[in-house]
Design a protein around this ligand. Structure first.
Ligand code: FAD
Length: 393
């Protein structure tokens, strides 16, 4: 028998294939050299430098599980592993990758025309063009079907009016995928996606300031005032809410993996600290109450890893259902927050500073609990899957 690795006590990573393991090691060493040393600075400044997008793109992590158009075409599990390693640094970095690859690029890849794909995907895969995904509005969060943003036909053009809020990457984005209600009376297909380049007249972005969570990720409000777009700005394959929801499913899969990274990082920080910090003449790791916390973190991280691995294999087999994703997103983000809060106590006063990663992860995870479907909405989705009765409307 081999001695268990404290941070992967069940050796769940043995389930990875050699390519997935290579990707893990590559992302881990990139993170150690290029991300971890600067993350506190970016978090305090409230922004990630644009060059980081290019570095992440050069590694092949943007839209990495998509095929063609400069995308790496890896397994879903490999994409999950990359999300995990990035989120072990910061949820904001993983949010950048999720928004770019699983929301904006996936929408164009799955619902776009070949021209739209050619125009945007290679540049986005390289991190040279940054994308965002505008679904949420000030009055339509958990219920996106209540969106007010409208796209109407005017001659051959489309004209968009509306406001989107909480849009990740938008202050630095070159292109926005904007979801709008089209006129149902005129034979339109309901909610459709539009490709809106930055700088289009009438389209402005206001940065959301004063965030206490996910500070290394830029968030903004999109304002669309009579934004005139050509006929071919619509994503031709989109029609109905199922299109944006399918993109969210892609991103939520990455979040279920990413949360394992955040949890693991908090646990590792607590484990190291507990071994070094002495009180009452001995390391605090020697006290039973501290050991209980660390043992529970080890168990929780192992359970979350198993859950993510299971989702990965289901997705790679083409058998992943939205209910599976709800289980993963809900359970792993909730347990990551529990680990972060417990790790925070192990660090005592130091636990509240930016000098250690734990509090930063903890406040980031408050966003992760809310976005991409709140804890409550995923609970109700699982409730519907197991009872057959819909309770959220
Ligand atoms: P609400 O929907 O108003 O919910 C408030 C509370 O009511 C929650 O606890 C919710 O669970 C509860 N609630 C609502 N309905 C029910 C119900 N039927 N039963 C029980 N409880 C209910 N959106 C994008 O489109 N693109 C992005 O890139 C993006 N990035 C984001 C980045 C950040 C930092 C944040 C904070 C949000 C981001 N979002 C983005 C928006 C995010 O998806 C929404 O915040 C989320 O869907 C919740 O919507 P809301 O904030 O309007 O809350």
């Amino acid at each position: 028998a081999t001695v268990p690795d404290p941070v992967d006590i069940l050796a769940v990573d043995d389930e990875l294939d050699p390519t997935e393991r290579d990707i893990r090691d590559t992302v881990r060493s990139f993170a150690k050299a290029e991300l971890t040393p600067y993350i506190t600075e970016w978090f305090e400044a409230g922004a990630m430098p644009r060059d980081v997008a290019k570095q992440i793109g050069a590694l092949g992590l943007l839209g990495m599980h998509l095929e063609g158009y400069g995308c790496a075409g890896t397994s879903a599990t490999a994409y999950g592993v990359a999300c995990r390693e990035l989120e072990a640094v910061d949820s904001g970095l993983r949010s950048f990758v999720s928004t770019q690859g699983s929301l904006a690029m996936y929408a164009i890849h799955r619902y776009g025309s070949d021209e739209q794909r050619q125009r945007w995907l290679p540049a986005m895969a390289a991190g040279e063009a940054i994308g965002c995904f505008g679904l949420t509005e000030p009055d339509a969060g958990s219920d996106p079907s209540a969106m007010r943003t409208r796209a109407r036909r005017d001659g051959g053009d489309w004209v968009l009016d509306g406001t989107k809020l909480w849009i990740t990457n938008s202050p630095i984005a070159d292109v926005a995928v904007v979801w709008a209600q089209t006129d149902p009376d005129r034979g339109a297909k309901g909610i459709r996606g539009f490709v809106v380049p930055a700088g289009t007249p009438g389209f402005t972005v206001n940065e959301v300031r004063g965030k206490l969570s996910l500070r290394a990720s830029a968030t903004g409000e999109l304002v669309l005032e009579s934004v005139r777009l050509p006929k071919d700005a619509v994503l031709p394959g989109s029609g109905g809410l199922s299109a944006p929801l399918s993109c969210l499913s892609e991103a939520r899969f990455g979040i279920a993996w990413g949360a394992v990274g955040a949890a693991r990082a908090c646990y590792e920080a607590a484990l190291t600290y507990a071994g070094q910090r002495e009180q009452f003449g001995r390391p605090i790791a020697g006290f039973q109450l501290t050991q209980r916390k660390l043992a529970e973190m080890a168990v929780t991280v192992a359970q979350a890893s198993l859950l993510a691995a299971r989702l990965g294999r289901l997705k790679d087999a083409g058998r992943l259902d939205p209910a599976h994703i709800s289980v993963g997103k809900l359970a792993n983000v909730r347990t990551a927050l529990e680990v972060a809060r417990s790790a925070r106590t192990v660090l005592g006063g130091n636990g509240i500073t930016l000098e250690y990663p734990v509090f930063r992860h903890m406040v980031n995870l408050e966003t992760v609990l809310t976005y991409e479907g709140t804890e409550e909405m995923h609970t109700l989705s699982i409730g519907k899957a197991v009872t057959g009765v819909q309770a959220f409307r």
